[in-house]
Design a protein around this ligand. Structure first.
Ligand code: PMP
Length: 411
């Protein structure tokens, strides 16, 4: 059944050759987009063309090829800036991914601006990437971590958040969208409330940027992070947006080439923004691929993508809800393209292994969010997550495969 009339799925899918294959004799239904997305031909072509015709190291060469590579790399930075509506390119730092971006903030801003007894607020919805760096810093510096609870449907509890905020709160680090439940957090309000008590805020946008337009000025956050590979771009590239005045104050993260203004054995001095945070040869081809991914997404339009994915999510939710023994996790409203579930009497790993025999790729496990699993009293869940190229037929394939799983394990 067609999902929407105006959304040209056939045309879109033709851009993802990897999707046109069979797995165990069935058409591949790739439903693990929250872990990583497939890459459109535009992205693979952009990196291939760069390697074949424009490759050189950046910022260093006086020769034409290096200058061209630098123009492309810095063009990618401008592309990212416009994508999230940052004020200046100086506020866009390329990293290896969201994990590195968060570690960078913890190790620089956190290391220099936080003191023993200061409080850092997280939520139960965080990925380990937005928990462990703060735990490491907390144990090194004697910080206190406070965690905003969620209700039985995985909803962010606003009153509980407000009650955790005080003049001792120095930092709030929250996900924009939960990778396990798809819950969308009210980040703009979260930021405003944190700012009111003088705290800075980092928003983990990994699961938001592929599904909705993000405007860091409107959210007014101090830091915003995401990974390229979840945004139809290459692996090995991520983004840290930081408010310029904060990035200026922060010490460098790593030392090496490209991040210095000058070096003597007595004293190095740092390069300007954003290079102070980009030690060593950067991931040039990956940045160019990320820019191509952003161009691609915007050529379809984030609104159109959101409408398509909402239709898919509703459809898949209905199909799964009809299956006896399926428990859907997380709220039915205000969420993006993630569907986490359990099936009575069947371990999620068995679910994922069996549906794979029907060509359906889903995730099973704790999704790097063990505290949230503990909150729901389960060790793991199965998770289907949708991307711009998924179809209702793929949601049907998942539901049919789950019926088969139920058949194997009994009524
Ligand atoms: N935060 C969230 C919400 C995520 O979903 C992920 C990836 N699953 C990460 C952070 C970490 O991203 P990466 O592994 O690309 O650094």
């Amino acid at each position: 059944m067609a999902a929407t009339t105006f959304y040209d799925l056939d045309h879109i899918r033709a851009n993802f050759p990897i999707l046109c294959q069979t797995v165990h004799g069935h058409p591949l239904a790739f439903l693990d987009n929250a872990a990583s997305t497939q890459k459109p031909a535009d992205v693979t072509m952009a990196t291939k063309t760069f390697y074949e015709t424009g490759y050189a190291n950046v910022h260093r060469g006086a020769y034409w090829l290096s200058e061209q590579a630098t123009i492309q790399y810095e063009g990618a930075r401008e592309r990212v800036r416009a994508f999230i509506n940052a004020r200046r390119v100086q506020e866009i730092v390329f990293t290896r991914g969201a994990t590195e971006s968060i570690n960078l903030v913890a190790a620089t801003w956190g290391q220099t601006c936080l003191e023993a007894g200061d409080e850092v607020v997280l939520t139960w919805l965080e990925h380990h990437s937005n928990i462990v760096p703060w735990q490491m810093l907390a144990s090194a510096k004697g910080l206190i971590l406070k965690v905003v609870p969620v209700d039985d449907d995985g909803r962010f509890l606003w009153e509980a958040y407000q009650s955790l905020l005080s003049s001792r709160t120095r930092f709030v680090s929250v996900t924009h969208v939960s990778n396990v439940l798809g819950t969308l957090l009210p980040v703009k309000d979260i930021v405003a409330a944190a700012h009111a008590v003088g705290a800075k805020v980092l928003v983990d946008g990994c699961q938001a940027v592929p599904h909705m337009a993000v405007d860091v000025c409107d959210i007014d956050c101090d830091f915003y992070v995401f990974s390229g590979h979840k945004l139809y771009g290459p692996t090995g590239i991520g983004v840290l947006y930081g408010r310029e005045v904060l990035l200026q104050e922060m010490p460098p993260y790593q030392g090496g080439g490209d991040m210095i203004a000058s070096v003597t054995f007595e004293k190095p001095s740092w390069a300007g923004l954003p290079y102070k945070f980009e030690a060593g040869t950067p991931a040039v081809a990956q940045a160019i691929g990320l820019a191509a991914a952003i161009n691609y997404i915007e050529s379809i339009g984030l609104r159109a993508i959101a409408v398509h994915e909402a239709d898919l999510l509703n459809y898949a939710t209905q199909r799964l809800a009809e299956i006896r023994g399926v428990r859907l996790l997380g709220p039915a409203q205000i969420k993006t393209s993630v569907l986490s579930f359990t099936l009575n009497g069947v371990h999620p790993h068995d679910i994922a292994t069996i549906v794979d025999r029907y060509g359906v790729a889903i995730r099973a496990g704790h999704h790097c969010a063990q505290p949230l699993m503990q909150r729901f009293g389960i060790p793991a869940s199965a998770r289907a997550s949708f991307g711009l190229y998924n179809t209702r037929a793929e949601a049907d394939a998942l539901a049919d495969a789950l019926e088969s799983v139920r058949g194997i394990f009994g009524p």
